[in-house]
Design a protein around this ligand. Structure first.
Ligand SMILES: [Zn+2]
Length: 562
């Protein structure tokens, strides 16, 4: 390739990259907020792109040597990535945009410089996956991690002879030094798991010569982080039981995380040593590892400098045709146009929320409202009818509110929550709540994820439909809730949106939400209706009388739901 052609290609590529960065400006802005948000646990996100760039910089010599012909396949591979990022931008769905961006980081070099250069970009691009905010998606995983960590710590503490009780993710002791340690969301080890995974990926990249060995070391990071987390919880409980609960939950809690993280890093380095020795020895002893020698040689040579650099230069020197320059120009112009179009994408319109109002009177039911104490430690709940207009908690004098403290602090401000209590003649209590989502996606949480953390056992999931006279039937999902402190209760929920779409499936709701944001450029207002049913003697769908009672109530509220 002649000098002017090389310069033209470099120029076209540089302009495309600049346009790409401009096209993703909204994504960068959003990520800036996410990385600074303490709730997201993403502060390591700043370092990830720096490391990716560093990896590329250390390979600059190989990249220059391996630059080959432009690839039509690379261009075709760009197209789905561009499509995904456009959908993401349209629906303000940063994760989709990120997936598209990471794909482009691999396919653009492929289109401009050929497959061998693209291979150099695979690891730095995939490493950017550690910038994808996963906190809300990982709830389903973290609840199991939290229960596992607190359960293991509970068993071990009992083994040490410390008298503790486990309530969900909480470990409570009422011994000589009473304490209550809750394995809360931020302590679930998620923060350390993702950070340790990123660190292990970087370490494996530099210390292990093959992808298989890197993957093996990388796989060690998850159990190491979980183990480290259990050790930490256990030590907090031990310090609380033997010394002082305030010291354990304050100073010790805050700083033990760093110690455990350093120990986990040391274990990770040790795992790397073991992998190096085992794999290295086997090769030395037998000469071959079962892998064909050529394949082994090429994969071993991948990260080393200039391994096959010489034959890489052949195709670029053998292709001086001006057609390639035209290819670069056209490719660059098309992609730049798409990226600039991306900046012009309109934000989705927010739909008007459906109106929901729980009736103030319902024939056959006594109606009441709930008031929640806003003090973190007190957190009592009262019936409005017993408060006689009082607006402060009788126990602690903190203000009372129709929403619980958790709902007020965790849910986005544009979330609407409507609650009311109905009590039937049979003394069955129905606590209905409607959560109307705002513009964000974090208004609606699955009860399956929140309740087990509070020590409730959920069982017997059932799907059923209820139809009122003259209206189409509405799907419901019911779960039985058992807890050691209260009789069996039932939780029933369903979703609908302003378009009149009904579903009881959380997954279907998330899919429809994503679809409408990206394809219809519209933010739906979803409503989650939950009915918590309880009675003094317990309430179960297995009993025909209870089931009839529930269906009677659901038919009554069907009349007020849109
Ligand atoms: Zn109170």
């Amino acid at each position: 390739m002649q000098k002017w052609q090389q310069n033209l290609r470099l120029g076209a590529c540089a302009v495309t990259v600049v346009c790409m960065l401009v096209g993703f400006v909204s994504m960068f802005n959003h990520l800036r907020f996410v990385f600074s948000d303490p709730l997201e646990d993403m502060s390591h996100g700043w370092l990830v792109p720096v490391f990716s760039l560093y990896v590329l910089w250390t390979q600059r010599k190989e990249i220059r040597e391996e630059a080959g012909n432009p690839s039509v396949w690379g261009l075709l591979a760009c197209l789905p990535c561009v499509g995904v990022s456009l959908l993401g931008t349209r629906g303000i769905q940063v994760r989709l945009e990120q997936v598209g961006f990471i794909g482009l980081c691999m396919t653009l070099p492929w289109a401009f410089f050929g497959r061998r250069v693209a291979k150099r970009f695979v690891f730095p691009a995939l490493f950017l996956l550690f910038t994808v905010p996963m906190t809300s998606y990982l709830d389903a995983v973290t609840i199991h991690l939290r229960l596992f960590a607190s359960g293991t710590a509970f068993v071990l503490l009992r083994g040490f002879g410390i008298n503790v009780v486990q309530q969900g993710t909480m470990i409570v002791s009422e011994g000589a030094h009473p304490f209550a340690v809750d394995v809360a969301e931020p302590c679930s080890g998620l923060r350390s798991i993702v950070a340790l995974m990123a660190l292990t990926a970087a370490y494996a990249w530099y210390t292990q010569p093959t992808w298989r060995r890197r993957a093996a070391l990388f796989a060690c990071s998850v159990p190491l982080a979980i183990l480290g987390n259990i050790v930490r919880i256990l030590s907090i409980c031990l310090v609380a039981a033997c010394a002082n609960a305030d010291f354990a939950l304050g100073f010790y809690h805050d700083y033990s995380g760093y110690v455990v993280f350093i120990v986990a890093i040391a274990c990770m380095v040790a795992c790397g040593e073991v992998i190096s020795r085992v794999c290295g020895k086997r090769k030395g002893a037998t000469g071959t590892t079962g892998v064909p020698p050529v394949a082994a040689a090429t994969s071993e040579a991948l990260p080393q400098a200039g391994g096959n650099g010489q034959d890489a230069r052949c195709p670029s020197e053998a292709a001086p045709s001006p057609a390639f320059s035209i290819f670069h120009l056209v490719l660059s112009i098309c992609l730049c146009a798409i990226f600039l179009f991306q900046t012009q994408t309109p934000n989705p319109q927010i739909a008007e929320p459906p109106t929901v109002e729980w009736p103030k009177a319902l024939a056959g039911y006594a109606v009441d409202d709930l008031l929640y104490c806003q003090d973190e430690k007190c957190a009592r709940t009262f019936f409005a009818s017993q408060m006689m207009g009082e607006t402060n908690c009788p126990a602690c004098k903190a203000p009372l509110d129709g929403r619980s403290l958790g709902e007020n602090t965790i849910l986005p401000r544009d979330t609407t929550i409507l609650k009311r209590v109905y009590r039937s003649d049979w003394d069955v209590q129905f606590l209905v709540s409607a959560v109307i989502s705002g513009a964000g996606k974090s208004s609606i949480h699955r009860p399956e994820l929140c309740l087990p953390a509070q020590g409730f056992l959920m069982s017997n999931p059932t799907d059923f439909e209820v139809a009122a006279d003259g209206s189409e039937s509405r799907p419901y999902h019911a779960i039985q809730i058992d807890s050691p402190q209260a009789p069996t209760a039932l939780l029933v929920y369903t979703f609908f949106n302003q378009e009149g779409v009904h579903t009881a499936s959380h997954l279907r709701r998330i899919f429809l939400d994503t679809w409408d944001r990206s394809v219809h450029n519209r933010i739906d207002r979803w409503v989650m209706v939950t009915v918590h049913v309880s009675a003094l003697q317990g309430f179960s769908l297995d009993r025909p009388r209870d089931r009839a009672e529930l269906e009677r109530f659901l038919r009554r509220i069907e009349e007020v739901l849109p």
